[in-house]
Design a protein around this ligand. Structure first.
Ligand code: TXA
Ligand code: MG
Length: 319
């Protein structure tokens, strides 16, 4: 079983040996390895059971270091980096030769981000290589937001989990790429589009496609609990007061149903709090002795858009 602790030195030693270490970030926990060591990167795909066509994000701790992994930074990317890093933003940039095709699944762009978590920033500052890190969950399952979530699923496959407590943001980073200098959203995430647009103006969306090889994280069926999972808008959730149906709701309990089978993402109607709770509540409901989960969509603004995106993918089992 993996040790869980806050020993940065130990994490560093394992990473220098090419081993995998789970690391905390402000979004979700990552399954990290030396991004410049192909053997270590391959190991990430094996441990996660992740298809090799799904590329990895490179994490580092300064824009000076990012410059080594890319050939150019469009002006709007630079503005976003200055404003939001460290933070829940990933930029897709043309990769330099330093970055192996294994990391990018053969694509000519590399995804990079500077995460905002004190332990991980300290670790990154002491390494002379960047870390490739997908979310630390088996491929297709819900992303982990605590060290225990990681231990439950990958604890027997990795030596160490760096424990940074609960992830503050709770959903993965927003991914922005550039086509002819114009910004394009590849994945909604922990940085709201409204915040991005306030800095660089309007951004476009890529079409959702389950065969889009550019962003396999956009696969429709993803972030899925094991139990049957159903989704609808508020007011359209059926009342099944049988004790076996669990409910994931935004800010109000469903009348006529035992509150013990209901979870409110944010009793105050705060979308940041809802994002923070989303994956841990989904996991909790998935592990309770019920037989299905009903969830309701949240208001479609700010982080609500990313929350609804994850809920829709969780509901798209088998598609
Ligand atoms: O918040 C996050 O982004 C977390 C933490 C650990 O940093 N990481 C994360 O990684 O969510 P992962 O691997 O679970 O999701 C990364 C997404 C995938 O959907 C992948 O397809 C996309 O980023 N991606 C990575 N590199 C890419 C590239 N070169 N081109 C297009 N999409 C890319
Ligand atoms: Mg993931």
């Amino acid at each position: 079983m993996a040790d869980i602790g806050v020993n940065i030195e130990l994490a560093k030693v394992f990473l220098e040996q090419g081993k995998l270490v789970a690391i905390p970030t402000e979004t979700v926990y990552g399954l990290a390895a030396n991004a410049l060591n192909d053997r270590a990167v391959l190991n990430i795909f094996e441990v996660k059971n992740r298809p090799s066509f799904d590329p990895l994000i490179i994490h580092t701790d300064s824009i000076d270091k990012v410059v080594k992994f890319v050939t150019r930074i469009p002006e709007k990317a630079e503005e976003l980096a200055q404003r939001f890093w460290p933070g829940p933003l990933t930029l897709l940039l043309p990769k330099s030769q330093v970055v192996s095709d294994l990391v990018t699944s053969g694509l000519d762009q590399v995804a990079v981000r500077i995460p905002s978590h004190p332990l991980t920033l300290k670790l990154l500052s002491q390494l002379d290589f960047p870390l490739a890190a997908p979310s630390a969950n088996p491929f297709g399952y819900i992303s982990p937001t605590t060290a225990n979530h990681v231990a439950e699923q990958l604890g027997n496959k990795i030596p160490y989990i760096l424990n940074g407590g609960e992830c503050g943001v709770g959903i993965e980073s927003t991914i922005i790429g550039f086509a002819d200098e114009q910004p394009v959203v590849y994945r909604l995430g922990g940085l709201a589009l409204e915040d991005i647009e306030s800095v660089i103006g309007a951004v476009r969306f890529t079409a959702h496609s389950s065969s889009n090889p550019k962003a396999p994280g956009m696969l429709k069926s993803h972030y899925a609990p094991r139990k049957p999972f159903f989704l609808n808008t508020r007011g359209n959730i059926p009342t099944e007061a049988n004790g076996l149906t669990h409910y994931l709701l935004f800010d109000q309990f469903l009348e006529g149903v035992d509150v013990r089978v209901q979870r409110l993402l944010s009793p105050d109607g705060d979308l940041k709090e809802a994002a923070h709770n989303l994956f841990s509540y989904l996991r909790e409901l998935d592990s309770l002795p019920g037989n299905k989960i009903w969830a309701e969509l949240v208001p479609d603004r700010d982080l609500g858009r990313a929350i609804n995106d994850r809920l829709r993918r969780a509901a798209a089992i088998g598609e």
